[in-house]
Design a protein around this ligand. Structure first.
Ligand code: UDP
Length: 322
């Protein structure tokens, strides 16, 4: 199978490219290297079944050429990370909505199976845990910039489902929950790589708020297995799937575990939200996926537990420190 990965030089995309090439597929990447990095795909250069195009999603000619060769498209290119979204809401809206619109147009021209990356953010402040795909979504007001990301991804879901319903595009939506692992950058706010780096450098770990908010962290290699399982899967067409771990941890416990496993002398500092983000920032107290739907479809369940994930990330970051 020939798979086009948009955002393929990013954290998840580059791991997906590795896995697909390993199983014998051909891979084209389209990435503008805005948040992705050439370093992530350096090891693939010269591979006979691999090609890389540095281009934006609004480069219609590049997108058309790549979609024309692809059997399937995995659309991961997006503006991501709470910090980046807060700093650049206009760019977030343009990339996430106009980019997905352009991508779906190209996919429709060639009838490519399309997997669209969405996010657990779309569940917003819902308190009906665990979150399941047919739940109501509870977003905050547009005056709070955090919700830009969820709103753009939700519009992507509507666009994608419309392309499926109206034009028969074989299409699946993946709601990803706090994906972590080697190559993830902490530059745009993601907590786990930030804590790991802080612990390894002996700097304070900065827990925002009271640290009692929870998340479920899923190893990128598990997420890649879920994506690979959905490729070529006709019965997943027109469907939305949660992809994530259901092992819930408070951010405070996370910080403690990282300090402990890194054997670090770093203190843990609690930072009020208005010092961490702009005033009026809303954080989510709990976020847990119901993953029974994807398990029933492809028999997928995450295999990595948190200690295992932390060790993997520490090994990666240690190598980069030396
Ligand atoms: N967080 C934190 N310290 C940091 C970065 C994030 O305490 O240096 C918190 C953040 O407020 C949130 C959780 O960690 O409660 C997860 O944040 P992240 O940005 O990784 O993901 P998301 O909020 O999208 O789940």
């Amino acid at each position: 199978m020939h798979v086009l990965i948009t955002g393929g030089a990013g954290f998840i995309g580059s791991h997906l490219a590795d896995a697909l090439l390993r199983r014998g597929d051909s891979v084209s990447i389209l990435d503008n290297l805005s948040t992705g990095s050439a370093e992530n795909v350096r090891g693939l250069e010269g591979h006979p079944r691999y090609s890389f195009a540095q281009a934006d999603l609004d480069d219609g000619a590049a997108l058309d050429r790549l979609a024309g060769r692809a059997d399937a498209i995995v659309h991961l290119a997006a503006t991501v990370g709470v910090q980046l979204v807060l700093e650049r809401p206009t760019q977030t809206i343009e990339t996430n909505v106009l980019g997905t619109h352009a991508l779906l147009d190209a996919a429709r021209r060639y009838g490519c199976q399309t997997l669209i990356a969405s996010t657990s953010e779309v569940y917003g402040k819902s308190e009906s845990l665990p979150f399941s795909e047919n739940d109501d979504l509870v977003l905050g007001p547009p005056s709070r910039t955090r919700w830009v990301y969820a709103a753009t991804k939700l519009l992507d879901e509507f666009l994608a489902l419309a392309a499926h319903q109206e034009f028969g595009l074989p299409l699946t939506i993946m709601r990803l929950f706090n994906v972590v692992g080697p190559r993830q950058t902490g530059r745009f706010g993601m907590v786990l790589p930030r804590f790991v780096r802080q612990a390894l450098r002996g700097q304070p770990l900065t827990v925002y708020g009271d640290g009692m908010q929870t998340r479920c962290f899923c190893h990128v290699s598990d997420v890649v297995q879920a994506i690979v399982g959905l490729l070529g899967r006709n019965t997943a067409s027109g469907q939305i799937y949660n992809i994530g771990s259901s092992q819930e941890v408070t951010i405070r416990e996370l910080a403690e575990q990282i300090v402990d496993r890194a054997d670090s002398s770093s203190p843990i500092h609690f930072l009020p939200y208005d010092q961490a983000y702009a005033a009026g920032f809303e954080d989510l107290r709990r976020r847990v996926p119901d993953i029974s739907k994807i398990e029933a479809e492809i028999g997928w369940k995450p295999t990595h537990l948190l200690p295992n994930i932390l060790d993997d990330m520490m090994e990666f970051e240690r190598d980069r420190l030396t």
